[in-house]
Ligand binder design. Structure first.
Ligand code: SAH
Length: 258
């Protein structure tokens, strides 16, 4: 069992420090991705494929037991009702693919200059339907946000959970679980918490604190520990492929309450 949080690297997390860091960063893809803007396209592609596979698997009807070969057509995936982009920054993920899969995207991001940039960029759009799909814009850190109960198909968390201490993360994930929809008119609900984050090599055995933005990079073991403590089960997981070798490995998890 991981040691108590006062003795672990996350004890050094300071929200004032991280918000000051993010306020000093440019409101563009380069700022969001710490100087690796070229990874955005492949990241969005990987996320979109991961979600599509997850949804298709969810809709798959069990194979008939008879030995007749049945050629079932691939079902069309209907737009999801409501999703949240958490720690959204300038809405790179919202604009890059969440708006394509959901009718409504709520944006949670503590740094107002980033969400202002998102709104301004949509104002400039010729096709303004994207703007109408943005639901609430919530300028809060995730440690202070409680999703409305039973509201979301997907709560997407990417490259921001390192700003929460372990205790805050576990409490937040529990609130996310309560924020997932529990019923749907069309059968079993599509409802997942997605976490896509850097992973520290397990060989060090320790999370790594980064003083520049006051965040931690967790080991896979620590991530799994936090999910379990939050009462979540891993439904699907994958490593993002195609990133530069000198970056941390990036893993996606789809989670649901046990
Ligand atoms: N998820 C976006 C942005 C990543 S950059 C993307 O992948 O493009 C990290 C983001 O986390 C920044 O926008 C930063 O302001 C935000 N952040 C910092 N502290 C946070 C906190 N406590 N809760 C939620 N988000 C936080």
């Amino acid at each position: 069992m991981p040691p108590r949080s006062t003795t672990t690297p996350d004890a050094a997390i300071n929200h004032t420090h991280s918000i000051a860091y993010w306020n000093s960063v440019s409101s563009d893809i380069n700022g969001m991705l710490g100087g690796f803007p070229q990874t955005s396209r492949i990241d969005l592609q990987g996320s979109s494929t991961f979600l599509t596979k997850l949804r298709r698997k969810h809709h798959q009807t069990p194979k008939p037991t008879s030995h007749k070969t049945v050629n079932t057509p691939t079902p069309t995936l209907e737009p999801l009702d409501r999703v949240a982009d958490c720690g959204a920054g300038i809405g790179r993920i919202t604009k890059g693919f969440l708006l394509n899969v959901a009718k409504r995207v709520d944006v949670v991001e503590p740094v107002e200059k980033f969400t202002n940039e998102l709104v301004a960029s949509l104002d400039g759009e010729e096709q303004n339907s994207a703007k109408g799909q943005i639901g609430e814009i919530i300028n809060l850190g995730l440690q202070d946000w409680t999703p409305s109960p039973h509201s979301y198909n997907i709560i997407w968390n990417q490259w921001c959970l390192g700003h929460l201490t372990d205790t805050q993360l576990i409490a937040y994930l529990r609130r996310c679980a309560a924020g997932l929809i529990t019923s749907s008119s069309s059968g079993k609900p599509e409802a997942w918490i997605i976490v896509k984050e850097n992973v520290a090599s397990d060989s060090t055995g320790m999370d790594i604190y980064d003083d520049e933005d006051s965040s931690v990079t967790r080991t896979e073991e620590k991530w799994l520990y936090c999910f379990k403590e939050a009462g979540l089960r891993v439904v699907s997981t994958e490593v993002q492929k195609g990133f530069p070798k000198d970056l941390f490995a990036v893993r996606m998890w789809a989670l649901r309450p046990e």
